[in-house]
Structures are given as structure tokens and as C-alpha cells.
Design a protein around this ligand. Structure first.
Ligand code: GDP
Length: 525
């Protein structure tokens, strides 16, 4: 590989931010983009500022597809690194796509609101990172407000998430009394709300302020020193390797809104976050530095405008270089395709991309060819990247065609949308009813909309609510075990799956049927 291309690949840092709504993802992203010079004004990143929106509003938003696609991937340069941030939609937009985005990154940044600690959505996304061994960098936000103590927050990381942590810095006070952070890593103190030339105070070899300084008068400084001593003695050791393996998370305290600690975070992140990593394929691991282009599709964004059937497929480049107009293979289809229309994503603009390398994400025009998980290769290469993981659905709907005369369209539409990865399909045993499974409500809305617009079929959907989904280990099972509280269904590969009413029903079933081994794919992958 040419040195130039190698340097380009090694400069890439591709990550997603995982957080619960309102923890500060939009604010932090904006600040990062400002540092990178990718945007000039705050307020450019489109968050879900519209608040809770109903289905019809969502469709309106989707119609402005340019915006939603653009904010899906953001790119900026900083200190010689090229950073790609992938959006992980939450709230009403939470869907399997949110999980799948995590298959396209090399690391994740987890934002935690210091007052709230670990929240539900963060935990779900964290589990997917864990399952994939993705390195996680933690930013504990909103230190300018009173929150839980730093020690409590670290204990929560270990107890709730089961990940060890290494605080890169430590707050001095909090809320109204927030004075700054003790930066263990750079051996300095970063002061909050002071003139720029007073921002940093360097520390001596003992890790203390040398000479006189008014900060030394504060009891909070003393307390921080004591806690730092405790961390040095009883805390985890810093280990670059363990960070890379996703076993240890470096923790940064700060405040995104006041832009405090963000630059320090960014610089450490760039230093320790991995460049594009090798990926498993049918022919073993593919080196990201390999000369030959390859990549895989992790998301397909359908156009909600009925006048345009076209879609955009999101491609993660895993090796080599993409050049517009190149011919690629789609091994699943044994077919060659010319990639003539491609899009790169910037924060406030969408522009045609001519070149991109391993680690980058590009959008390619999709006339209906691709499925989620498809591999693209060049030349004689025909390998396929490993299948994307299966995500455990939590919400279910019973679905039928409104018009019985439209059965053919109905089946075709469902078949294609399921294959594409938009939604999961299950069939009840004996009665053969169709149930749709999703991780977020949005998936049902997209399904309904696309069935109508692309397959000309109106569907009737009956809400079954949330379920606990567990696959059955064995191929065979007594179908009479199915009941309303533990509904037995088959997935699209004909594997048996139980949908339990709630946790209690799951435990009750396990007690009664100890010989039926069940598993959750998100626990084992
Ligand atoms: P998202 O839902 O995770 O994207 O969160 P936002 O970035 O939209 O932030 C949610 C709210 O928290 C907004 O009102 C922000 O202004 C506020 N916020 C974000 N960061 C901070 C911070 O460091 N301190 C304080 N006090 N508020 C913050």
C-alpha cells in the first residue's frame, strides 16, 4: 500500500456517541465539530429539538431527508486526524439501525449525565459495544450542575455495566462550586471559568500545585488530592491495550455546554482511540491497510417521498480506497455494479465524494439492489464480511393485509423489507399469524409507510406491546408449550422463539421447563 494511503487510513477515527436522550450528545457533537472547524456556529447540528413528535410529524421530518441523512455521519479534521462521528438516533427514532451503527465504528464515546448516572438507552447501546469488543471512552457531562459524586458514578459503571474504569481526570467540586478538573493524564489542572491564560496550572512531580495559588486555599482542592491518592493506590491501572480491547474505559469529566474539558477529551481520545480495525470475513481477517477496496452496508435509508423510489445505502469502507465511478462486486448477488453516485456527509452540507478510504462512511445510491450486511469488493475478491448480529426485538405487532385481494403484494413487501433488515418477522406456530418485531416504534411506522408506498398494500397492525424475546437452543420443541404468556413463534430462519409477557413469565417458564434452554442473542454474540 502506498505510504500516502496508509497514512490516510491510520489517521481515521470512526466512532458513535452512545447516550440516553438529553445527556448532551448534540451539545458535545457540536463542540467537537467546532474544534474541527467543520461548523462555524453552534446550533448547526440537528438534534431532536422539535421535542416529541407524532408519527405524522416524523414523516414530515423524514421528507426533509437531506437533513436527516446529513446528520447521520459527520466528519472533521483535527491535529492531523480525520474523525467520523456516526449518529445513533434515540427517542422516537430508536431502531435496529441505531444498534447496527455500532457495527460500523471502531470505538464509542459514552456520555453520562452526572446527575442521572447510567440510563436505560445508554445501557442497551453499551451492551452492543461490549458484545463487539468496541473500545468505549466515557464523558461524564454537566459537571457545572450538582450531580452524583464522582466515586458514585465510577461505582455505577462497574456495578451496572461491569466495565472497569480509569479516570483520566477528576473534578474539583461540582455544580455551583465547580472549580475545574485535575488532569491526571496531562499532570495539570484545568480551571473552570477563568481567563484563557489562567486555564492550565501545571503540577509538580508529587501531583500538586507548585508554589502559591488561591486554588490551594480551597477545601475542594484538598478533597480532590485525597481522592486522587485513593485512585492512585486502589484504582485500576491505565492500560492502552485494555482500552483497545474494550475492557477498561477511560473516564473524562467535563461540561459540554460550557465547552469545558471537551478539547482535553478530544485530544486524549484521538491519542488512544483505534484507527480502522481488521474485520472478519469468509476469507479470514481483512486488513484495513490492504490495497483492495472493500466495505459493507450497515444502513439503508429509504426515500419517504413516493415520487422517488431511490434509497441511500450507508457503506463503511473497511479496506483500500473508494473512487467514484469504480466497479465493485456484490458477492451475495454475484454481480458487478458501478458506484457512480456517492455522497459524503458533512455537518451542514451534503457533497459528492470522489475518494474515501478505510474507516470512512459514504452514502451510495441504491436503486433497490442492496441489503443490510452486504459486502462490496473489487477485482477477484469475493469474500463476504461476517453477518451483522441479530438484535433482540422488544416490541411486537400482529400484521395483516387490509385488503385480502392484495395478499401477493403483502407477502412480497414483507419478504423484501425483512430481508433488507428494516423489521423482523415471526410466525406463530400452528396458526401461522405474522408478527413483526422491532427494537423501536419507528420501525413499525417505516414499515407501514413503505408497504403502502412501495408495495401498494395497506396493512392492519395490532399492537402486542413489549415482550421478552428468547430463542430456543434446540431445533425441536413441544409446540403445546405455547401460551398467551409465553407465546411460541418461529423466526425467519424457522428457529423457535418464545415471546414472554414479562420477566415474571420468563422465570416461571424456566422453573417449569428446566430442560428447555433459552438464549438472548444479544448476550452471546
Ligand atoms: P442529547 O439529547 O443527548 O442530544 O442532549 P442535548 O445535547 O440536546 O442536551 C440536552 C440538554 O442538556 C440541553 O438543554 C443542553 O443545553 C443541556 N446540556 C448539555 N450539556 C450540558 C452541560 O454540560 N451542562 C448543563 N448544565 N447542561 C447541559
Amino acid at each position: 500500500m502506498s505510504k500516502n494511503l496508509k497514512d490516510q487510513v491510520l489517521s481515521r477515527r470512526t466512532f458513535a456517541i452512545i447516550s440516553h436522550p438529553d445527556a448532551g450528545k448534540t451539545t458535545l457533537t457540536e463542540k467537537l465539530l467546532l474544534f474541527g472547524g467543520a461548523i462555524r456556529d453552534a446550533g448547526t447540528v440537528k438534534g431532536k429539538k422539535t421535542g416529541k413528535y407524532a408519527t405524522s410529524d416524523w414523516m414530515e421530518i423524514e421528507k426533509q431527508r437531506g437533513i436527516s441523512v446529513t446528520s447521520s455521519v459527520m466528519q472533521f479534521d483535527y491535529n492531523g486526524a480525520r474523525v467520523n462521528i456516526l449518529d445513533t438516533p434515540g427517542h422516537q427514532d430508536f431502531s435496529e439501525d441505531t444498534y447496527r451503527t455500532l457495527t460500523a465504528v471502531d470505538s464509542a464515546v459514552m456520555i453520562i449525565d452526572s446527575a442521572k448516572g447510567i440510563e436505560a438507552q445508554t445501557l442497551k447501546l453499551f451492551k452492543v459495544c461490549r458484545m463487539r469488543g468496541i473500545p468505549i471512552f466515557t464523558f461524564i457531562n454537566k459537571l457545572d450542575r450538582q450531580g452524583k459524586t464522582p466515586l458514585e458514578l465510577l461505582a455505577e459503571l462497574e456495578e451496572v455495566m461491569g466495565i472497569e474504569s480509569y479516570p483520566m481526570n477528576w473534578p474539583i467540586g461540582m455544580g455551583k462550586e465547580f472549580l475545574g478538573i485535575y488532569d491526571r493524564f496531562n499532570n495539570r489542572i484545568e480551571q473552570f471559568r477563568v481567563e484563557e491564560d489562567e486555564r492550565f496550572i501545571s503540577l509538580n512531580d508529587e501531583g500538586e500545585i507548585a508554589g502559591a495559588h488561591n486554588l490551594k486555599e480551597s477545601g475542594l482542592y484538598e478533597q480532590t488530592l485525597e481522592e486522587i491518592m485513593l485512585l492512585n493506590e486502589a484504582g485500576n491501572e491505565f492500560s492502552r491495550e485494555r482500552i483497545r480491547d474494550g475492557e477498561l474505559t477511560p473516564v473524562f469529566f467535563g461540561s459540554a455546554l460550557t465547552n469545558f474539558g471537551v478539547q482535553t477529551f478530544l485530544e486524549s481520545y484521538l491519542q488512544f482511540a483505534p484507527s480502522p480495525q481488521p474485520r472478519n470475513s469468509t476469507e479470514g481477517e481483512i486488513d484495513p491497510l490492504s490495497e483492495d477496496f472493500s466495505g459493507f452496508i450497515f444502513k439503508i435509508q429509504a426515500n419517504m417521498n413516493p415520487a422517488h423510489r431511490d434509497r441511500i445505502a450507508f457503506l463503511r469502507i473497511c479496506s483500500g480506497k473508494f473512487e467514484r465511478g469504480m466497479n465493485v462486486n456484490v458477492p451475495r448477488l454475484s454481480k458487478q455494479i458501478k458506484l457512480a453516485q456517492s455522497t459524503q456527509f458533512m455537518a451542514d452540507d451534503r457533497s459528492t465524494v470522489d475518494e474515501a478510504v478505510s474507516g470512512d462512511i459514504i452514502g451510495i445510491y441504491d436503486p433497490g439492489t442492496y441489503q443490510i450486511g452486504d459486502t462490496l469488493t473489487v477485482g477477484k475478491n469475493n469474500f463476504q464480511y461476517e453477518r451483522l448480529p441479530q438484535f433482540t426485538p422488544e416490541l411486537f405487532m400482529r400484521v395483516t393485509a387490509k385488503n385480502v385481494m392484495k395478499q401477493k403484494h403483502f407477502h412480497k413487501g414483507i419478504g423484501q423489507l425483512v430481508q433488507e433488515g428494516a423489521i423482523q418477522l415471526f410466525k406463530t406456530v400452528k396458526t401461522d399469524e405474522y408478527l413483526l418485531g422491532a427494537v423501536g416504534q419507528l420501525q413499525f411506522e417505516v414499515f407501514e409507510h413503505r408497504m403502502k408506498n412501495e408495495y401498494n398494500t395497506e396493512v392492519f397492525m395490532e399492537r402486542l406491546g413489549s415482550k421478552i424475546t428468547r430463542w430456543v437452543e434446540k431445533e425441536e420443541i413441544n409446540e403445546n408449550l405455547s401460551s398467551s404468556r409465553s407465546l411460541l413463534v418461529k423466526d425467519r430462519y424457522d428457529k423457535y422463539v418464545f415471546l414472554f409477557e414479562n420477566d415474571f413469565a420468563l422465570r416461571w417458564f424456566q422453573e417449569k421447563n428446566p430442560d428447555v434452554a433459552l438464549y438472548n442473542p444479544m448476550d452471546t454474540q
